[in-house]
Design a protein around this ligand. Structure first.
Ligand SMILES: [Zn+2]
Ligand SMILES: [Zn+2]
Length: 347
């Protein structure tokens, strides 16, 4: 019997005749319940909901589990730590985690079933960043690639990451000159650490972060990213120094923190979603992302050269159309294949 897989609140694999069920990145706590093992690609909460699930063996990198705990203030339970490039066995199925870029501890997960080898990328970045190395390419041949498509649409415009970072820098410098405090909304985990590392390299300024971001920064610092920042906490003991200070806020934060209320501020947001939306509440929106853009995703597919490509998240239909038409590789959004199991049945 062939191994079958489908999207059902996570990527589910069923190995016959043993009826062994594995799930990757379940999106509800329940989805993992009747599975033999769950695999978590990285700490972002749309992928990591299974961490506190006591009833199931969870496999993830140690850093993903630590970041999850800092990000959510919840405990990861029953987690088996996996190292990059070292395979482990679930019954007779070999599984390997390799670098995915994107975040510290993020992994692409390769499942070596008897009949097929499947690589699930999780979220991906394919260029080296300051805070995280780029995704690696699987060493073995891959039959089925399941790839994220968050920005998998060819007309989404991203300038180079360097150019966008320099635009952020210019905006900060302009505002500091005008004696306005630059306040930047940015994702707690991933974006914030990359931006702080960059600003630390380029500017001599004090960077203030909310406490959750600060806890995440500590893990990045321990792992070797040279980060300098102040937590909001420090302001319980010290005066806020207005001169040459920058403040980072969580991406969704609307209100300014109390200590900024009597100061002149300018607000911007840093998110890949700025390539799609206007964010008109902010003076500037910078489309910097820790995800691969469409061209980078296509390059990654080309380098892996799988037999079939399934796309997942974001612009899954758009990306799979490009893969079919331009790369001539059979491809479908994974979610479309809900009722039918394999691509062969589906096409
Ligand atoms: Zn992510
Ligand atoms: Zn994601």
């Amino acid at each position: 019997m062939p191994t079958v897989f489908k999207y059902d609140k996570g990527i589910k694999f069923l190995k016959k005749p043993e009826n062994l069920t594995l799930i990757a990145d379940p999106t509800t706590a329940k989805a993992a319940n009747n599975c033999d093992a769950a695999f978590i690609s990285h700490a972002h909460t749309d992928h990591s909901i299974a961490f506190p699930n006591e009833g199931i063996k969870v496999f993830a990198t140690k850093i993903a589990s630590e970041l999850y705990e800092k990000l959510t203030s919840r405990k990861a339970k029953n987690t088996h730590f996996v190292e990059y490039d070292k395979s482990l066995k679930i019954e007779d199925i070999e599984v390997e985690f390799i670098q995915a870029g994107h975040l510290l501890g993020a992994a692409q997960i390769i499942f070596y079933f008897e009949d097929i080898t499947v690589c699930y990328t999780g979220d991906l970045s394919t260029v080296d960043m300051i805070s995280v190395p780029k995704a690696t390419i699987p060493k073995e041949d891959i039959d089925i690639l399941i790839i994220e498509a968050t920005y998998g649409k060819s007309d989404l415009f991203f300038e180079s990451r360097e150019t966008i970072k320099i635009s952020v820098l210019n905006w900060i410098a302009e505002n500091l000159q005008k004696n306005r405090i630059p306040v930047i909304n940015i994702g707690h985990l991933g974006g914030a650490q990359e931006l702080i590392a960059f600003l630390n390299e380029m500017l001599s300024v004090d960077i203030y972060c909310d406490d959750r971001t600060s806890e995440i920064n500590k893990i990045y610092k321990r792992e070797g990213t040279n980060l300098q920042w102040n937590s909001f906490d420090i302001l319980n003991d010290e005066e806020f120094k207005e001169k040459n200070s920058i403040c980072l806020l969580p991406r969704a934060a609307k209100e300014l923190p109390e200590f900024l209320k009597d100061h002149k501020t300018s607000r911007s947001i840093v998110t890949g979603q700025a390539s799609r939306f206007a964010f008109s509440n902010f003076e500037q929106a910078f489309p910097f992302s820790m995800h691969a853009n469409c061209n980078e995703l296509l390059e990654h597919i080309k380098a892996i050269n799988p037999k079939n490509v399934y796309t997942l998240y974001g612009f899954d239909s758009e990306l799979s159309a490009i893969v079919r038409q331009k790369m001539k590789i059979p491809s479908r959004p994974l979610k479309l294949a809900k009722k039918k199991f394999t691509l062969e049945e589906f096409l």
